[in-house]
Design a binder for this molecule. Structure first.
Ligand SMILES: Cc1ncc(COP(=O)(O)O)c(C=O)c1O
Length: 447
């Protein structure tokens, strides 16, 4: 009989047999060289505004937004892209994508208020546990907001709120794509869709028009394609008259940028096993990269799954909610070295409260010394100045050497960092646009 222990040991052996791929050195050097090419701009912004700083790169954001929209428009007859504000909630980011004609995907009243303030005219509002105040705000802006409802109770609360103001509101329903564990909290199970539709028919103000699902961290389209197949089967089982209302299917976000997932050894399965077994992980270092598919591959796979499983029954607009894919390259971090306790131990002025989590204990991004540039990585613990040992930027830097006053760049920190910033020990850096050279927000992210 196979015991639980046998299964754990077999999985451990498999993790060591097929470790995460090492990062390609030449690719990393090219990446560093690309940012060193803008060294003068970054150094002059540091001199003008001081450090630590978030650098906002609107051109990178515009390029990614256009590329993403183009990839899906090329293979699907009707698409609409909504930027997921949670991935980077600076108003300048939302404004920039809204000006480019994208919609905004918000997940709270705070995000909704910001999207409205930015002048966005096409907003989807999703997320579990929306409060009455949040539903009220959505109803008051029903001309521009589609509420992606999360439950039966929310349908009835939305009907009540909209009825109280005598306003119709366009809505969709989120379907959970994993009925077990933590993901159960999102949406309703697929088999409850017919009942939801029947209950929505009894509503006078909620106009049910679509479906939403979402899966996170997709390095390739497998999970999204699998759910499209399940959804297609569920739609096929409905009488034709009971599926015609589906004008849109929102397949959420979760598209991993094509550069792949960059990890420290501690972030790989082997590294996690080592940390559990040896405490400090055994002291081995390394950079790893889990490859991700290009966005065109996602677009083609999703289009062909929709063509096979959904379009024979209905022909909805396909909505997408990319966050990370658009914002990842839209911000960088600029820091200065304050103290060098030895050749391999540098302390910076900014702390990881600027990114809100212990990212660099598991994720890898190069720390680039702009003051003494070199395409060579040197071992050195580069740490922030917060009063906690988990305040880590990296265990190496690219440069000739490192010393007090040096300006360091950590590129492509736009996704799930700025929005997670914390008032913890040190102030939150200000945001400066690489394009204009001007500050674009105060500490609270307000323009
Ligand atoms: C419903 C929904 N849509 C979109 C996103 C954005 O995901 P990503 O930034 O990975 O594209 C999320 C992220 O959690 C989400 O929950």
């Amino acid at each position: 009989m196979t015991t639980h222990r046998d299964r754990v040991l077999a999985a451990t052996a498999e993790a060591f047999r097929t470790p995460a791929p090492q990062m390609d050195e030449a690719m990393l050097r090219d990446f560093v060289a690309r940012f060193l090419g803008h060294r003068d701009t970054y150094l002059s912004l540091a001199a003008r505004h001081g450090t630590p700083l978030y650098l906002f790169d609107p051109a990178a954001l515009r390029a990614r937004a256009a590329e993403f929209a183009r990839a899906f428009a090329a293979v699907l007859p009707s698409t609409r892209v909504y930027y997921a504000v949670k991935s980077n909630n600076h108003p300048a980011v939302a404004r920039e994508v809204a000006h480019q004609g994208l919609g905004l995907d918000v997940s709270s009243g705070v995000e909704l208020a910001m999207a409205i303030e930015c002048g966005a005219t096409d907003i989807v509002f999703s997320g579990p546990g929306k409060t009455d105040a949040e539903l009220t705000l959505a109803v008051e802006h029903a001309d521009r907001v589609t509420v992606l409802m999360d439950s039966f109770a929310e349908l009835h609360r939305l009907e009540h709120t909209a009825g109280g103001r005598g306003r119709s509101v366009r809505a969709g329903i989120r379907i959970t794509n994993d009925e077990r564990g933590l993901w159960r909290k999102f949406g309703i199970p697929l088999d409850q869709l017919p009942r939801l539709y029947d209950e929505a028919l009894g509503c006078s103000y909620v106009q049910l028009r679509g479906l939403q699902f979402h899966s996170s961290w997709n390095l390739d389209p497998t999970a999204q394609v699998a759910f499209i197949e399940r959804l297609g089967q569920a739609l096929a089982a409905l009488p034709a008259g009971k599926r015609r209302w589906v004008e849109f299917i929102d397949i959420g976000g979760g598209f991993w940028p094509p550069s792949g997932e960059w990890l420290q050894r501690a972030g790989t399965p082997v590294g996690r096993i080592e940390a559990a077994a040896l405490g400090d992980g055994g002291g081995l270092r390394g950079r790893y990269c889990l490859p991700a598919q290009p966005i065109e591959t996602f677009a083609e796979a999703l289009s062909s799954a929709l063509g096979e499983h959904v379009f024979p029954h209905i022909e909805p607009t396909i909505c997408l909610e990319p966050g990370r894919w658009l914002s990842h390259e839209a911000m960088h971090l600029l820091l200065s070295v304050v103290d060098c306790k030895s050749a391999d131990l540098a302390i910076t002025d900014g702390g990881t409260n600027a990114i809100g989590w212990e990212r660099f204990e598991v994720d890898y991004f190069p720390v680039i010394n702009l003051s003494r540039p070199a395409l060579v990585a040197r071992e050195c613990m580069v740490l922030g100045s917060l009063c906690t040992p988990h305040d880590v930027w990296g265990d190496e830097f690219f440069g000739e050497m490192i010393g007090p006053g040096d300006v360091l760049l950590i590129p492509t920190q736009g996704a799930y960092t700025y929005s997670l910033r914390q008032e913890f020990i040190k102030p939150i850096p200000k945001v400066v646009s690489v394009e204009t050279g001007e500050a674009v927000g105060d500490a609270a992210g307000r323009p």
